[in-house]
Design a protein around this ligand. Sequence first.
Ligand code: ZN
Ligand code: ZN
Length: 167
Amino acid sequence: MRNTQGIPEGEYICSTCKQSKDSKEFHWYEQTIDGRGRGGNGKRKRVNGSCRECRNKLARETAKLKKEIKPIIPQPQYGDLCESCNRPVYANQSDIPKGVDGTYSWMFDHNHETVEFRGWICNPCNTGFGLLGDNAESVKLRLQYLIDSENGKTKSQMLLEQKKGPF
Ligand SMILES: [Zn+2]
Ligand SMILES: [Zn+2]
C-alpha cells in the first residue's frame, strides 16, 4: 500500500504534459506527517513536477537511450577523466588515492527533458548539475554570481561597501 499521508489534496499541473492531475499522481518525498522527515514541517514535498504517466514514459525512454548508447560509448575505465571536471574517476570516494585530486562513480549523463545522451561524468558533477538546474543557462546564472563575488560586485558586497561609507 502506498503511503499517501501528508500528500495535500488538490491538483497540480504536470510540468511535462501540462495537464492538471490529482496530487496523488505526483511523486512525494517519504516524509512523515509528524514532521520527523525531510523538511520537518509536517508536509510532504514534491520530488519533481511530472505526473506518474510522464515519469513512467521518461523512465522507459531513458532505459532505451542507455541501451542504445552504452554499446557505442561504454562507461570509461576507473582512472579516466570526468568529461565535466576533468578529474580522474574512481569507483567510490574511498578509492581515491591519497594526494590525488580525484572524484568518484561514473554517471550516464543525459538531458532529462530531451532524453539525449550528454556524456560520462562523475557523481558530484551530476549531483551539482541537478542542484544548479541542469542546463547551461541556469548554471551561467550561478557562475555570474561567483564572477561578481570575485570582483566585489554581488548585491550584498556592494551594499556592504555602501554601508561602510567612505572613510
Ligand atoms: Zn504529465
Ligand atoms: Zn566531474
